[in-house]
Ligand binder design. Sequence first.
Ligand SMILES: [Ca+2]
Length: 354
Amino acid sequence: MKRNNSVFSQGLFFLVIGFTMVFIPVSHAAAPAQDSKLIISDQVAEKDLYDIISRQIDTLELRYPKEQACFFKIREAVKLLLPQNRNSVNSLEDVFLSFCSHLEAFDNRYSDVHAARLEIESAAETLLRKAQIAASSKRARPKTGSRRPGADLYSVCSSLKDEALSEELIRICGNQVPLGYKGARTVIFETLDNHDGMVECIYTGRKIQTNQEPDSSDMNVEHSWPQSLGAVGIAKCDLHHLFPTDSKANSKRSSFPFGMVDKPIWEEGESQFDGSKFEIRPCQRGNTARGMFYFSIRYNKRIPNNEEAVLRQWFKEDPVDATEKARNDAIEKIQHNRNPFIDHPEFVDQIKDF
Ligand SMILES: [Ca+2]
């Protein structure tokens, strides 16, 4: 599995989050890159997104004519995200990361293109998200009908192992209806993880009283699988690995792997951090492990061996309980897919390597 390890590039995903919520007419895109206030939303059509990117690149190319080779690579990469070219690539996400790396190389050489770069990347990320949604809807959707949640969905899985089981589970759980990141945050704080008006941080146990999304400096949404390691597009808003967290605990965990801590430099509510690993308090360990296993299968991502060994241990220490089952049922009602490792924890042992 290819991964883009550039810290700078990884940071971009956080930077573009703020650009995705408000729709401003596409005609604004014609403004020069340095003046534009364009903000991209999912409502912008793919052709218009491509036009936005093209115009921004045209503007930059006029300013930096010697960089034609770099612009050529950027244009070629973004073309692959368009509907007519998507079937020719194996991984849309890799295309997006390649696109970002070319743009980053250009940004690193010039100090006045950063704002344009963020706009171009925001448009490209929206294209990626649309491409992932289209790919998801193409797959056969299992018939849920009047099925009781969790029943009969996995009838052929008990005899399968490893790759065969993974493929079947992707077929079963790989068809969710994405909420968008704003939608996911709203759901978490207003309904999914709001119990009698209280929302609890999974790491520290701190609770806040709220009926809406709180200030992000107080409580935030944790991506158990970090955005910088691949939780982009529809994965960024997949509720099965998202949980409410205290903002300080969230920033301590950052993108660090989960693991056992001997000498903590931070601890709160039984969770600990030693500067390189984050240890989760016991009652949340299994929930997070099952969320990570789901993510690995659903998005075809590998978990590093050291971290996987800890997650397998945590998965056993903290078995599925009624609250976790209820959350899985609630998520199915919202995004129309389930975490198979909550429904059938034994599947974890049928996959030797996530
Ligand atoms: Ca638990």
